[in-house]
Design a protein around this ligand. Structure first.
Ligand SMILES: Cc1cc2nc3c(=O)[nH]c(=O)nc-3n(C[C@H](O)[C@H](O)[C@H](O)COP(=O)(O)OP(=O)(O)OC[C@H]3O[C@@H](n4cnc5c(N)ncnc54)[C@H](O)[C@@H]3O)c2cc1C
Length: 471
């Protein structure tokens, strides 16, 4: 057993942990990075990157299948082994690049950590660590409810699906959040029979009922979605029998995508004395990432607040810097919230989405069902809703479910970060013919509801190449 001491111990070498270690070191702290495997981040190994690789394959298949509308006739034959082999080959390269980043970390130890006191960790290799401050960056893991124990041999999660040698014939997806729908739709577009079940009524993490319903309608062209439904599962020869509402169907595989609770159970947080919420997650300040007044900080998926990659990196940086300078802790200005589901069309939420009560915001919509560029590309579906302050016209939030929503969402995120008003955004150049032009009717709709009019010198109404007045 080795007794180690350091200024800042970081538990978890994922995106948040790596950022925390680097920023603590930059602030002059002696650091120790602790991880049981140093396999590479979740993003690179089983998250963002392999899921987008599978979606890219599905896009290629859909492009070939859909080419007929342009008068181009091609045969598509999907080689499931080749699809999965490319996913793994590129994924392994991303993961190797992440692992190369570990080389620059001066002090690291391969072990699992648990608290024995506020500033003391026991590692499962027998070492003990005493640190001036500790950053928890242990990420999250897929929930695997006990109801699926009987069919465990057929269950996949994002941690195992990318290891499949080939594409399965059929998959039942449990969970219609971004993860379940991204993977479910990709599999369906690659020829897999897919049904998605969710006990809730909304999909893709959207808070806007209409956007959720519209996305559901488009996705339902390639897969079946059952909302408000919790199916039962039972083993069946070569698969799983899934039963719901008097119906049943057999699937080769079940993909569990019903949430990713934080990896906190093994940390013995009770020994640290930090206050925990009902789910056992430490209470923390989102602007400092500090848990109470303690020398303990929590960043990334481990705190379950904004479980996306760019926030894990940002939170790691804030937590690491504050851990290094504890008790001198600085408040950070957090970014405008941005979440994207890479379904086709994509779904995105930017900024604040108002509830039912009047909170001083106005709202306007636009749709892409007859939008010039979307029609050109045979992707004419989609919808957005923008929100702005009634008194100033300053943009505050948006929901998008449109082709290439990822780019439109970034444009709106910049506008919201820069505190632009709807008239100011309308006064910037919006090129023709682009999908971004589709935002104009919503921006003009905001202008109509506020004191300030749309810019007088910008043409309203008819846009060349479009088939109706879109003001
Ligand atoms: C399928 C999928 C697709 C996704 N797609 C996107 C996307 O397109 N865009 C996006 O922004 N986000 C996406 N995400 C989310 C994104 O991947 C995560 O938000 C991000 O990776 C979280 O990073 P992290 O550092 O918090 O956790 P991780 O990268 O998971 O790191 C946690 C680390 O902690 C270690 N650890 C756990 N317990 C202990 C312990 N007791 N002691 C020591 N170490 C421990 C683990 O070994 C691990 O290395 C996706 C996630 C999934 C699952």
């Amino acid at each position: 057993m080795t007794d180690r001491t350091c200024d800042v111990a970081v538990i978890g070498a994922g995106t948040a942990g790596l950022a925390a270690e680097r920023h603590a070191r930059r602030a002059g702290a002696e650091t120790l990075l602790i991880d049981p495997s140093f396999a590479g981040t979740t993003c690179a190994t089983t998250g963002c990157m392999p899921s987008k690789l599978l979606i890219a394959a599905a896009d290629a298949a859909a492009a070939v299948r859909g080419a007929g509308i342009f008068g181009i006739h091609a045969e598509s034959r999907i080689d499931g082994r080749a699809v999965m082999a490319r996913v793994r080959k590129e994924r392994d390269a991303f993961a190797a690049a992440t692992r190369a980043g570990f080389e620059g970390v001066p002090q690291k130890v391969q072990a699992r950590a648990r608290f024995t006191a506020l500033q003391t960790l026991d590692l499962d290799n027998g070492d003990r660590v005493r640190a001036r401050a500790i950053v928890i960056a242990t990420g999250a893991a897929p929930a695997v409810p006990a109801a699926f124990d009987a069919v465990a041999a057929h269950v996949l999660t994002h941690e195992t699906i990318f290891e499949l040698a080939t594409l399965p014939a059929s998959v039942c997806v449990i969970g219609a959040g971004p993860l379940g729908l991204e993977l479910g739709q990709a599999l369906a577009r690659l020829g897999v029979r897919v049904a998605v079940f969710d006990k809730g009524g909304m999909i893709a993490g959207l808070q806007d009922k209409e956007a959720s319903a519209r996305l559901c309608a488009v996705l339902s062209e390639t897969l079946t979605i059952h909302l408000g439904t919790e199916p039962e599962v039972a083993p069946e020869k070569d698969g799983v029998k899934v039963t719901w509402g008097g119906q049943s169907m057999v699937f080769e595989r079940i993909l569990l995508a019903a949430g990713r609770p934080p990896n906190l159970a093994g940390l013995a947080l009770e020994n640290a004395g930090v206050a925990l919420d009902d789910h056992g997650t430490p209470a923390f300040d989102p602007e400092t990432l500090q848990c109470g007044e303690h020398p303990v900080f929590i960043a990334g998926d481990a705190n379950h607040d904004r479980p996306v990659l760019h926030e894990a990196a940002a939170e790691g940086a804030i937590a690491g810097a504050n851990a290094a300078t504890f008790p001198d802790v600085q408040r950070a200005r957090r970014m405008v919230p941005l979440a994207i589901a890479f379904t086709r069309p994509e779904a995105a939420t930017v900024g604040a989405i108002p509830g039912e009560a009047d909170d001083g915001t106005v709202t306007a919509e636009a749709d892409w069902t007859d939008q010039g560029r979307a029609v050109v590309e045979a992707r004419a579906h989609g919808f957005c809703r923008l929100h702005a302050r009634r008194d100033t016209g300053r943009l505050t939030g948006a929901t998008l479910c449109t082709p290439d929503a990822e780019h439109l969402a970034h444009l709106l995120a910049i506008a919201i970060e820069q505190r632009l008003t709807a008239p100011q955004l309308l006064a910037t150049p919006i090129y023709h013919p682009t999908l971004a032009e589709g935002l104009k009717p919503a921006l003009r709709g905001i202008c109509r509801q506020i004191e300030e009019a749309a810019p007088w010198d910008r043409v309203e109404g008819f846009v060349p190449g479009e088939r109706r007045d879109r003001c």
